[in-house]
Design a protein around this ligand. Structure first.
Ligand code: BGC
Length: 372
């Protein structure tokens, strides 16, 4: 069985559960997860069985074993004080024990990128990269063992979770960051961290658009120079509006409806400008993300010394799946930046859950073979 917690919320930051909000404590958070597992087992009448569980945890951890990961820091606007520095599998096991109404053997913990890669590998054995462009952004890939310094042995390959969303914390992105990015960063729960993710992820895209719109209003270039209270309020412009605005068929109806719900009275030109802003912000995200993936794929081709690298990338995440043109712009730029590579993209369906389940099945089998 596979379960996951990644702070769902589509392209916005909604969906923080009653207990899973930013002020929760680790016990509350993990009690909520075990409550969800309990409800699931009830629904499927499986409570009497002790099942193995694979846990997808979509935050940076120091993996000390297949079933042990120390949370390094929260991302994507989540915060539960006291969880950082702790083994999240241990926190889940404790919560299951506290409930006491079911038994579960937590056999593996994986990142969502890894689960996505594994679930796609099941269908296509060329899948050696997993990527998420959702609320957050990250990728993993299969690295040659001789390049993996932390593990002994030179044979074969090992999966590396890049946690590339953290890129930029030492100033690497400074020349690319705009004033809007700096505001988004400063007002976030983790200033100075996850700067690459903040340019791409759905948690932030709508907010960047809102800040650009306010700047245009300020310069008297939009809405007759007047913003509504709603538009002035942080977090109101969800990333799903960016997708909806760019999906407008050309009659501006959809854009008009969204903007009037923001208590604005837009002219036709205002609607076109807003669409242009959304396109700029989402295209920048797609291109920045392409640069990351191209870097990973070019590295794989070089370290395998192959003239042509034929590879499949498994992808999941609300921005990738729901935005009308992110995918196409992203694919085109990745291909431009990776000469000598033949890349297939496959969209994962419920990859987080299915991948964790597959990994747990393998972990159980290996444990059996080793007589544990
Ligand atoms: C986390 C990653 C995760 C990504 C996508 C990031 O904020 O650090 O572990 O893979 O979001 O969910």
């Amino acid at each position: 069985m596979g379960t996951g917690w990644r702070g769902r919320g589509g392209t916005g930051a909604r969906g923080r559960g009653r207990h899973g909000d930013s002020s929760a404590t680790p016990p509350q958070l993990f009690d909520y997860i075990s409550e969800c597992i309990s409800d699931f087992l009830d629904k499927h009448q499986m409570k009497h069985k002790k099942l193995p569980l694979g846990f997808t945890f979509s935050f940076p951890v120091r993996h000390e074993d297949i079933d042990k990961g120390i949370l390094l820091n929260w991302t994507k606007g989540f915060k539960a004080s006291g969880a950082e520095g702790n083994n999240v599998v241990g926190l889940l096991r404790d919560a299951i024990k506290r409930r006491g109404d079911f038994e579960m053997d937590v056999v593996a913990m994986v990142n969502d990128t890894v689960a996505t890669m594994i679930s796609c590998y099941y269908e296509d054995h060329r899948c050696e990269v997993g990527m998420i462009v959702g609320t957050g952004c990250n990728a993993c890939y299969m690295e040659e063992m001789h390049n993996v310094e932390l593990v002994e042995g030179d044979e074969g390959r090992m999966c590396v979770n890049t946690e590339w969303g953290a890129f930029g914390a030492s100033g690497e992105l400074d020349e690319f960051l705009l004033e809007y990015d700096r505001v988004v960063d400063e007002t976030s729960l983790n200033p100075g961290q996850q700067l690459y993710e903040k340019i791409i992820g759905g948690k932030y895209m709508g907010e960047i658009v809102r800040l650009v719109l306010l700047k245009l209003v300020d310069e008297n270039l939009l809405f007759n120079g007047e913003a509504s209270e709603k538009l002035k309020t942080r977090g109101t412009f969800e990333t799903r509006f960016v997708s909806q605005i760019e999906s407008d068929s050309g009659d501006r109806k959809q854009i008009y409806n969204i903007l009037t719900a923001f208590e604005l009275l837009p002219s036709g030109t205002d609607c076109d400008i807003v669409r242009r802003v959304c396109e700029s912000v989402s295209t920048r995200a797609a291109q920045m993300c392409s640069a990351g993936l191209a870097g990973v794929i070019n590295r794989m081709r070089e370290s395998r010394s192959q003239d042509t690298l034929k590879i499949t990338v498994g992808v999941d995440g609300s921005v990738y799946k729901l935005h009308p043109s992110f995918k196409d712009r992203f694919h085109a730029t990745v291909r431009q930046l990776t000469p000598g590579c033949d890349i297939t993209f496959i969209q994962s369906e419920e990859g987080s859950g299915r991948g964790a389940a597959l990994i747990s099945a393998v972990a159980c089998k290996m444990a059996c073979m080793m007589g544990q």
